[in-house]
Design a protein around this ligand. Structure first.
Ligand SMILES: [Ca+2]
Ligand SMILES: [Ca+2]
Length: 206
């Protein structure tokens, strides 16, 4: 009886230590952010009945992740319903922002008829939402998997230590006229994160 109770106790200990570990690390199977699909809206407000034309800005999920071999980088991945390496006429803007230590961080990528732009990361230097400083970072567009990944140097975002909680992870996409078109640079179509199915925190692993 005693052995059985000890066995149950050990099992419970294992479950309580393993479960948080698996739940904390972001990956495609366990993303921090899961969006509805077919929810791209005109001006971010009006529902569009047919979404075939907007698959390349329809957010599916977003997650943060780190590798033990590159502990100085925080990777951010954004999954889209059907990602394209270039657009036909409009400019697609992909971004994910989050908060740590009361500072806002934002990663951005533009894809337009010329192709893929630079992978940028910005930070606010004070406690408001304005981004004051930008750098270009490494990144990857995987059109097979429909995933954009930014590789963010931790130093630029204030070196969040192991155990730090990254909160309010919110992706956003928009479609607007290109600079070259001479048309007003307003967001025509957007996929907002207000209707997320899942939105949770990420804990720094390294
Ligand atoms: Ca969506
Ligand atoms: Ca959405």
């Amino acid at each position: 009886m005693k052995i059985k109770i000890v066995g149950i106790f050990v099992c419970m200990l294992l479950i309580t230590t393993i479960l948080p570990m698996t739940a904390l690390a972001g990956d495609p199977e366990n993303p921090e952010f899961v969006d509805k699909i077919r929810d791209v809206k005109l001006f971010g407000v009006f529902i569009i009945p047919f979404q075939m034309e907007y698959k390349y800005v329809d957010i599916v999920a977003a997650w943060l992740h780190e590798e033990s071999v590159t502990p100085d980088y925080l990777s951010v991945s954004l999954q889209i319903r059907d990602l394209e390496a270039k657009t036909e006429s409009l400019e697609a803007i992909y971004s994910v922002d989050w908060a740590w230590n009361n500072h806002l961080i934002l990663v951005v990528l533009h894809i337009n008829p010329d192709g893929i732009g630079t992978f940028d990361v910005g930070r606010s230097l004070d406690y408001n939402d304005d981004i004051e400083e930008w750098i270009t970072c490494d990144g990857m567009v995987d059109v097979e998997q429909n995933i954009i990944t930014w590789s963010v140097p931790k130093e630029f975002i204030g070196n969040p230590p192991k155990g730090a909680t990254i909160e309010n992870i919110y992706p956003l996409t928009s479609l607007r006229f290109t600079d070259a078109s001479g048309m007003p640079l307003m967001d025509l179509f957007k996929d907002l994160s207000l209707n997320a199915k899942t939105s949770k925190e990420y804990v720094i692993q390294y």
